[in-house]
Design a protein around this ligand. Structure first.
Ligand SMILES: C[S@@+](CC[C@H](N)C(=O)[O-])C[C@H]1O[C@@H](n2cnc3c(N)ncnc32)[C@H](O)[C@@H]1O
Length: 282
């Protein structure tokens, strides 16, 4: 039987993805496929290990990739703060910046054991990670999407997290009563007008409800959450937002005007304004 050269296969699959991804991104994606479907590490490809046949699953995955589906949805999982989370097209794929948000919270929290509310929990990545990193905490995640919550619940079970989840539209129904020591949210924050600059695989495959807000009211979620938080945060409790890089100052001003103190804007690893924190003095 004729075998395939792993180096040649790697090169030809990478080239098939170049209309959608940079060469570096395409190479990393193909390497993930090699590991998932062939059990081959990068060093095996460098050694040009031979392959008997391309598994059907890998061919299908290549078709989906060429169609713009993100690799995380194809594999069905992604890593967040060192743990594997189930993902599917019903939930936003957790981003690196959101790991930084969790890291920021943990740096401020120390070893405290708070009650935590995660607004717009999606896959549950923030809620579950906080519950595992702060094992004595009590964490609730709320989301408008029932199908997202099903995935969050699977993640909590698989990762042995005690985080709980609740269905709710916070724009209509407000925040769950609490009281909370910490409220965190990575709400939809991409303006409709920013769509042009987005990658095809985000636009065509990730849930619009998780991403977009209107151009007319881009801070809608921040406004509602910050105002509501004043009724359900304990004195000394903290509010954390992930934000659109274009609105660092505006979001901080909004949070300050609502009555929060010690409001600060924090940059992500790319140096962009990405997080806002405020403390509620009651
Ligand atoms: C940017 S995603 C964040 C998901 C996850 N927390 C993360 O960081 O990867 C925003 C989430 O807010 C949810 N959402 C949108 N509108 C909502 C609303 N009115 N009430 C509650 N959740 C909402 C979406 O379903 C989505 O899961």
């Amino acid at each position: 039987m004729k075998t395939l050269s792993s180096r040649t296969l790697n090169k030809s699959l990478t080239e098939k993805l170049l209309s959608l991804y940079t060469r570096e991104e395409a190479g990393s994606i193909v390497q993930l496929l090699f590991e998932e479907f062939l059990g081959l590490k990068r060093k095996d490809v460098l050694l040009d290990v031979s392959i008997d046949a391309l598994p059907d699953g890998m061919k299908l995955a290549m078709d989906k990739l060429a169609d713009g589906m993100p690799i995380q949805y194809i594999l069905g999982y992604t890593f967040f703060y060192g743990r594997a989370f189930k993902v599917a097209p019903e939930v936003l794929i957790p981003r690196f910046e959101t790991e930084e948000l969790v890291h920021l919270i943990l740096a401020y929290q120390g070893t405290a054991t708070p009650t935590i509310l995660d607004v717009g929990t999606g896959s549950g990545c923030i809620a579950i990670t906080l519950s595992l990193e702060l094992p004595q905490s009590r964490v609730l995640g709320v989301d408008i999407s029932a199908s997202a919550l099903k995935i969050a619940e699977v993640n909590a079970k698989t990762l042995h997290s005690g985080a709980e989840f609740m269905l709710g539209d916070i724009l209509q129904r407000g925040l769950p009563a609490g009281p909370w020591d910490l409220i965190v949210s990575n709400p939809p924050y991409v303006r409709q007008s920013e769509k042009d600059r987005m990658h095809q695989n985000v636009l065509g495959h990730e849930p619009p409800q998780a991403l977009f807000v209107s151009d007319e009211d881009p801070l809608l979620f921040y406004n509602v959450i910050a105002n509501q938080a004043t009724h359900c945060l304990n004195p000394g409790g903290a509010l954390y937002f992930e934000i659109n890089e274009a609105f660092g100052n505006e979001t901080a001003t909004l949070v300050e005007q609502v009555g929060f103190r010690a409001v600060s804007v924090h940059q992500d690893l790319q140096g962009k304004d990405r997080f806002v924190r405020g403390v509620w003095n009651g």
